[in-house]
Each structure stands twice: as structure tokens, then as C-alpha cells.
Design a protein around this ligand. Sequence first.
Ligand code: NDP
Length: 292
Amino acid sequence: MSAVVIDGKAFAAGVRARVASHVARLSEEHGVVPGLAVVLVGEDPASQVYVRNKGVQTVEAGMISFEHKLAADTSEADLLALVRALNADPKVHGILVQLPLPGHVNADLVINTIDPAKDVDGFHISNVGLLGTGQKAMVPCTPLGCLMMLRAYHGSLAGMTAVVVGRSNIVGKPMAQLLLGDSCTVTIAHSRTRDLAAVCRGADILVAAVGRPEMISGDMVKPGATVIDVGINRVERDGKTRLVGDVDFASASAVAGAITPVPGGVGPMTIACLLANTLTACCRAHGLPEPE
Ligand code: NDP
């Protein structure tokens, strides 16, 4: 058996096109243009690439991109002052502070200073609480992208058994909340889980968000399962740097029913969902109907 490869790149292009057409209508009919502010502290190379891509795609969608690049030694007080200024700026509908932040900055304090209505990453404690209680929240972009692909592939997820490997606040926990919200029976596995392979083999939907290159192999996958690989790991192979997921694609795709590749799976959906969240935040700020 060879799995269907879920084309996240194509799926994300569709989401971006829908966002762009909604943005064009907002501007024509209401004179409103969504604005996304991205704050980058320091010079982490991976973060610089993410921020550049986010800026380019924001502009391509017809929105305004505000980029704030700050030195690595920027004080916590200065960063908090910038966040407060962005909270007060009516042209800014979404604020994203790129993580990780330098060690001398309290990341939780910075995130929780963002106006929850502008928190397009969905990391503010208010949005975490709203999601956890099944209320209207800003939903973290990576798990939201995974959920959208799962819904598109399966239709209803109700009654399916889902295993999420990884319990981070950014991916694992919100992913589990979203799957629970769609009436899956959810297990969250982590580094202390006993017999991880057996737990994973029980999953109709297996989401890997571990940060360990190709750790989930085919013998951990239930035949026919849908495998969502969130991992982005840079590895050296044959003298070249390559991107691989947390799933061993070769062995897992021989067993799974469907699988997301790396690159070209979850990654492109994350930025598409960021744009969708910014559009939603803008519509809410102006009391306009939200996109579907
Ligand atoms: P974290 O490091 O914050 O969390 C990793 C989780 O995996 C932890 O809960 C940890 O368990 C668990 N884990 C680690 N080792 C094992 C193991 N041997 N067996 C079982 N569980 C284990 O990572 P993130 O959630 O931030 O990211 C996960 C991956 O997703 C990374 O590769 C990251 O690059 C990628 N990512 C991709 C994004 C995208 O846009 N596609 C966006 C964000 C992240 P414990 O809690 O017990 O330590």
C-alpha cells in the first residue's frame, strides 16, 4: 500500500487565494485593509527566514505588513513598549512576536501583553482558555492548518481515534484541543509515554510534533491511518542540509492511508492560517462578517 500524499502546498495556496479575495472585497466595500505586525528580536537564521516569508505572503494577500526587527539585546521593557504601541495602533489587526525570544526576555509576559483580539498566533492565555473551553478563540496557526487538512481529507472526524505525539503549548496541546473539539477520541503522548509505538498504532489520526528527525517509523503507524507530520528538522545528508519531518516518510507512507510530506505539508499551511487569522481579527475589529 502506498499512502495518498496530502499536498499542503496546494492546499495552502487555496487558503491564501480565498483570503486574498476576501481582503480585496474588504478594501473595496469598506475601505479596510488588514495589517499584520511581526516582531523579530535578534538574528536567529530560521526565524529570519520565517519572518521574511510571512512578510512576503502578507503583502501578496493584499494586506499591510509591518516588520519590526530589533537587536538581540533589546530590553524587555522596550519590547513591551513596542507591543503596547502595536496594541493601540488601529492599522495593526494582528501582532506576532516571533519565538524563540532571547533568554533575558520573559516570553510569557510579552505574549500576554499582546491584545488577545490581535493575538493571531493564539498563544495569549485568554485565547488558550477560550480554545480549551470550546469558545471562539484565535487558534494557533500550525494546529489550525493541520485540522483544516484533516477536515478536507476526511470530512467529519467524529469518533476517530487521534494520537498527538508532543505536548507543547504551541502545537501538541492546541492540536489535541482542536481534535477533541471535532469529537475525536484523543491521546496526547510525550517523552514519558510508555510503549509509544503501541499507543501510536492505535491511531486513526497520528500527529507527530516531536522535533526529532524521522522518529515515527512505519511500524508505529496503523495500516490506513492518516499521518500529519508537523516536524521541521534540519539534518546533514551527503554533505547537504536537508529538511525532514518527525516521521520517517519512506516507511510510514508504505503503511499509512494518507500522509503529509516535509517540506510541502504542514509548513505552508501555518503561514496561510496566519493570514486567515489576521483577516478574521480585522473583520472582528471592524464588526464585519468573518470569513468562513
Ligand atoms: P517542543 O520541543 O516544544 O515539544 C516537543 C514535544 O515532543 C514535547 O512534548 C516532548 O515531550 C515530545 N518528545 C520529545 N521527544 C520525545 C520522544 N522520544 N518520544 C515522545 N515524545 C517526545 O517542540 P514543538 O512542539 O515546538 O515543535 C515540534 C516540531 O514541530 C519541531 O520539529 C518543530 O520544528 C516543528 N514545528 C513546525 C511548525 C510548522 O509550521 N510546520 C511550527 C511549529 C513547530 P516532553 O514534553 O515530555 O518533553
